[in-house]
Ligand binder design. Structure first.
Ligand code: ATP
Ligand code: MG
Length: 568
């Protein structure tokens, strides 16, 4: 491709509204352009990378018997009403009306459409399992579209859905997907982790997210420094065993702690470690007030709380609720002498506290030498706290570290969440109608383009891996007015094309400085410069990843290139 013919609008300045490096570089290198907030056009270079990402995904989906289809983006509200999501999905769903005043949505996801399709066409267990997938544009009116392609309002997703007669069959496909996703992200060269995630209201035995590691990631991952264990921090299990001091139990002692409200204030006022303090919080859980205890140096994970109690909603109680219940401020709440009937649940670490400190349920007072089970009753112990860096990894191997991640994929067991309300059934071996057991599996295709740019760049621009680069080779003609240079560059362009390299040929009449800056910005793996020594048949070669440069004789070019691309 001659650069004079194509459309690569590079920019020198960093656009002021792009605050992450991937967004800046994809704009500056001319891969994408914003149309409006969260909506982008893919220019030739961006589209080429996108297609390479898609082709890796297709290959791996096809290997596990996924079958590609393409579903409509325009979806009738009736389907969404069947699952209740027309009202539940909220403002993220783009809604519109047709000329007959009928409601429609632009597809944010396709569970309803595919369940309806399969409901109409698949009647027997003999046709199962079935895995269908598509690569398609999704629409979500995100509250905060940002970071360019990372959180768009119109974006490209690969979504797959599987249909099964049995849970075992779902299990098998889920496992296949997990492996296929691992292969996909490995082939994409991403530094990523497979993370245990929260199944949310859908429940089930687990769901995994695939996180590309990056400091700008919106999710925090807890991972082991020696094993493959990784989980969302809200989910990472913590130990139920804590060392307990053998100190003798002392009598409770009420002490004045004027204006000491936070754990840190109380700990330093009493000269105690925070792990001696009992943090007491009151939650409103499905409209019931519940007392939750964690150690002073720990924090409560709402998700764990919700899962432990199998609750629908978990919120901190309002100050009003608390005052009505205990007539003291939040900073003085404690578990001793609580009103009868109030449920108390505690994190496992509470059981190991000896002669601890808690609020006295009276403003300005705490109680010292409190001992769980002696001085107050606990209805249930559970794993309720956030894991911390330095904790032992839940699989017993290594220490927990934290990292930020960009969610690039998510696999999910849906079971019958959609098939039941939509009455999507098949006939089993005994001729009995049963709801399809389902799974769904998403990959953020356009988000990956940005995640790659986050991981593969330097201060001069992008640095594409060989298998994803928009072109293989950047051929740069330094001076088009020099006949030797022009004819050698033209000759090499022809040769390289005949060897089937995808060459980007910078034949523009631009200054060399401009060409080199653009070339680094675009970031093809190898640059071949035809310059001053063209008359001697010598070209300059520069490797984008190592920064190394050297001179080659033109006769050596194809052989050395084949070695570089691992083709020889
Ligand atoms: P997030 O928590 O980041 O909003 P999600 O849980 O809503 O993601 P899914 O519904 O599981 O995402 O969608 C599957 C994949 O699509 C995600 O793993 C992500 O890679 C991608 N994705 C989701 N929302 C967006 C978006 N607004 N822009 C770009 N990609 C997205
Ligand atoms: Mg989302």
């Amino acid at each position: 491709m001659k650069q004079s013919n194509t459309f690569i609008p590079t920019m020198r300045e960093t656009p002021s509204d792009a605050d992450v490096i991937s967004h800046q570089l994809l704009l500056r290198a001319g891969f994408i352009r914003q149309s409006t907030s969260g909506v982008y056009a893919y220019l030739p270079l961006g589209l080429k990378v996108l297609k390479k990402i898609e082709s890796i995904i297709r290959e791996e989906m096809d290997k596990i018997n996924g079958v590609e289809i393409l579903m409509p983006a325009l979806q009738q509200a009736e389907l969404w009403k069947e699952t209740g999501r027309w009202s539940n999905y909220g403002a993220e769903l783009f809604r519109l009306k047709d000329r007959h005043d009928r409601d429609f949505a632009l597809g944010a996801t396709h569970e309803e459409v595919i369940t309806s399709l399969v409901r109409n066409e698949v009647k027997s267990y003999k046709k199962l399992p079935l895995t269908l997938y598509q690569i398609q544009t999704k629409f979500r009116d995100e509250q905060r579209p940002r970071f360019g392609l990372l959180r768009g309002r119109e974006f490209i997703m690969k979504d797959a859905y599987s249909f099964h007669a049995t849970e075992e069959s779902l299990e098998q496909t889920y496992e296949d997907m997990l492996n296929a996703y691992t292969t996909i992200f490995t082939r994409l060269g991403l530094d990523f982790r497979v993370v245990i995630a929260d199944a949310g209201s859908i429940g089930g035995s687990g769901t995994h997210e695939f996180m590309a590691l990056s400091p700008i990631g919106e999710d925090t991952i807890a991972y082991s420094d020696t094993s493959s264990y990784a989980a969302n921090i809200e989910m990472a299990e913590t130990s139920s065993e804590y060392e307990k001091s053998t100190e003798e139990l002392k009598e409770m002692d009420k002490i004045a702690t004027p204006s000491q409200r936070t754990i840190d204030e109380v700990a330093s006022f009493l000269n105690e470690d925070a792990d001696k303090l009992i943090k007491t919080l009151i939650f409103n859980i499905d409209d019931e007030l519940v007392v939750v205890l964690v150690r002073g140096d720990h924090d409560i994970s709402d998700i764990k709380l919700k899962n432990t109690l199998d609750a629908k909603s978990v919120e901190l109680a309002t100050e009003d609720d608390i005052t009505k219940l205990l007539s003291c401020e939040v900073g003085s709440i404690g578990p001793v002498k609580l009103p009868i009937g109030l449920k108390v649940i505690a994190d496992h670490a509470i059981a190991s506290i000896v002669n601890g400190v808690c609020g006295a349920n009276e403003d300005g007072y705490h109680i010292a030498n409190v001992n769980p089970d002696r001085d107050f009753a606990i209805d249930k112990y559970a794993d309720l706290r956030f894991i911390r860096e330095g904790d032992v990894s839940p699989d017993g191997e290594g220490e927990i570290k934290f990292a930020k991640g960009i969610e690039v994929g998510h696999i999910f067991k849906l079971h019958t969440t959609y098939s039941k309300p939509m009455n999507a059934t098949f006939l089993d071996e005994n001729g009995k109608a049963k709801p399809f057991i389902m799974g769904c599996y998403g990959i953020g295709v356009s988000r990956i383009l940005a995640a790659l740019a986050e991981q593969f760049h330097d201060e001069n621009g992008l640095k594409w891996p060989k298998n994803l680069a928009p072109h293989d080779v950047h051929l740069v003609l330094v001076n088009s007015k020099d006949e030797d240079q022009q004819s050698l560059a033209d000759e090499l362009y022809t040769i390289l094309k005949s060897y089937r390299y995808d060459v980007l040929y910078d034949d523009r009449q631009e200054r060399p400085g401009v060409k080199f800056i653009d070339s680094d910005l675009i970031g093809l793996p190898i640059r071949i410069t035809v310059g001053k020594r063209a008359s001697e048949g010598i070209i300059e070669v520069k490797f984008r990843h190592s920064g190394e440069s050297m001179e080659w004789q033109k006769e050596e070019l194809t052989e050395k290139l084949q070695a570089f691309f691992g083709l020889s």
